[in-house]
Write a protein that binds this ligand. Structure first.
Ligand SMILES: [Zn+2]
Length: 320
C-alpha cells in the first residue's frame, strides 16, 4: 500500500466516523405531543374524569376589564406568564355508579385545531359518547356547548341535555338573536346549532333555579357571566366538588383579585359578585373546585390569601 493509499484510507475512516457521530448527535426525533388529555380521580364513591378539550391563546389585555395594563403585567409576571395566555378548556365526566354525567362539552369544531379534543379524550379515557346519560351545561357560550352536535347531529345520541331555563330562553330565542348587535349574532346561532338537535329530539330539559338533577349532583344558579349561568355541586360520601364553569377565566389574575372581570360577562358586576361568593364558600368549607378554564386538569382547592385567594392544584394521584 502506498503512502497515498494509506492517507486516503485514514481520511475515509475519519469521514465515516464523523458522519456516524454527527447522526448520533442528532438523537431521536422530538415527538411534540402530550399524553391523552384526561385525569381521573375519586370523589367519595363518584369517579370524576376531567376531559381536556385543548387550549387556546387568550389576549388577557384585550378581554379583561376592571384592571389596568400595569396591574395585568404584574399579575402575569407573578405567575411567570406572558401574553397571550394559553388557556385550557375542560369538561368533567362524572360516573355516579348509576349515571354517566358530562358537564360542558368543549368547543367542537368552532375554535380550530388546538381545541375540539374532548370526544377523543373521552374515548381515550375508556368511555364512548353513546354511554353518556346526561349533559349539564354551565352556560351556552360556544366553548361549552360547541361539542354537543356535529353536522346537525347529536354527538351524544342517548343523552338528555339540561341547562337553566333562563339560559335556554336567552340563547335559543330568535327574537333575542334578531335584536342582538351584528357581532354577537353568531353566538346565538352557534348555541341554536348545538342545542336544537336535542330540542327537536325531545332531549333538552331545562330546569328552573337550584335543582338536584341526579342524586349527588345539583345545579346552583349563578347568573352574571350569562343570564342563566349555573355551577354544579357534586357530593359523595361527605366530599364536595364545585364545578364553576366560567366564574373565572384567568387564574393568574382573578384568584388574587376576584373583582377583575371579562368582556364576555353579560353583567360584569353580578359575575364578580358570584365569583367572590363561590370563592369565599369554597375556601371556607375547604371543598374541591373545578374550572372550565383552569389549567388542565383544573381541579384543586382555594385558600384565602391577602385580599384574594390562592389556588392549590390537586396533588397528582397515580391511583384514582
Ligand atoms: Zn368559557
Amino acid at each position: 500500500m502506498t503512502l497515498k493509499d494509506r492517507l486516503c484510507r485514514v481520511v475515509m475512516t475519519l469521514a465515516v466516523t464523523l458522519l456516524f457521530s454527527a447522526s448520533a448527535a442528532a438523537g431521536a426525533p422530538q415527538q411534540k405531543t402530550q399524553a391523552p388529555g384526561y385525569y381521573r380521580w375519586m370523589l367519595g364513591e363518584f369517579e370524576v374524569t376531567v376531559l381536556s378539550d385543548g387550549t387556546f391563546q387568550m389576549d388577557a389585555g384585550k378581554v379583561l376589564t376592571n384592571i389596568t395594563p400595569k396591574e395585568l403585567d404584574a399579575a402575569l409576571a407573578r405567575s411567570f406568564l406572558k401574553e397571550p395566555v394559553e388557556t385550557s378548556v375542560n369538561g368533567f365526566l362524572i360516573n355516579t355508579g348509576a349515571k354517566l354525567v358530562l358537564i360542558d362539552t368543549g368547543t367542537g369544531t368552532l375554535f380550530g385545531p388546538t381545541l375540539g379534543k374532548l370526544p377523543s379524550n373521552l374515548k381515550a379515557s375508556g368511555y364512548r359518547p353513546e354511554q353518556v346519560d346526561e349533559i349539564y351545561i354551565t352556560h351556552m357560550h360556544d366553548d361549552h356547548v360547541g361539542g354537543l352536535s356535529a353536522d346537525g347531529k347529536r354527538v351524544f345520541p342517548n343523552a338528555i341535555v339540561r341547562a337553566a331555563q333562563q339560559e335556554g330562553d336567552f340563547w335559543l330565542s330568535k327574537a333575542h338573536m334578531d335584536a342582538a348587535p351584528q357581532d354577537s349574532k353568531d353566538a346565538f346561532q352557534s348555541a341554536m346549532n348545538m342545542l336544537n338537535p336535542y330540542v327537536s329530539a325531545g332531549k333538552f330539559k331545562p330546569f328552573d333555579g337550584d335543582t338536584e338533577l341526579v342524586p349527588g349532583i345539583r345545579a346552583v344558579a349563578t347568573p352574571g357571566h350569562t343570564a342563566g349561568h349555573t355551577v354544579y355541586v357534586v357530593e359523595s360520601k361527605g366530599q364536595k366538588l364545585i364545578l364553576w364553569g366560567d366564574l373565572m377565566h384567568i387564574a393568574a389574575v382573578q384568584f388574587a383579585d376576584p373583582a377583575v372581570t371579562i368582556q364576555y360577562d353579560t353583567d360584569s358586576g353580578r359575575a364578580a359578585m358570584q365569583r367572590k361568593k363561590v370563592f369565599a364558600d369554597a375556601a371556607e368549607k375547604r371543598c374541591w373546585v373545578g374550572g372550565a378554564h383552569l389549567s388542565f386538569p383544573g381541579i384543586g382547592h382555594l385558600r384565602a390569601a391577602g385580599s384574594g385567594y390562592a389556588f392549590v392544584p390537586a396533588n397528582y394521584g397515580a391511583q384514582p
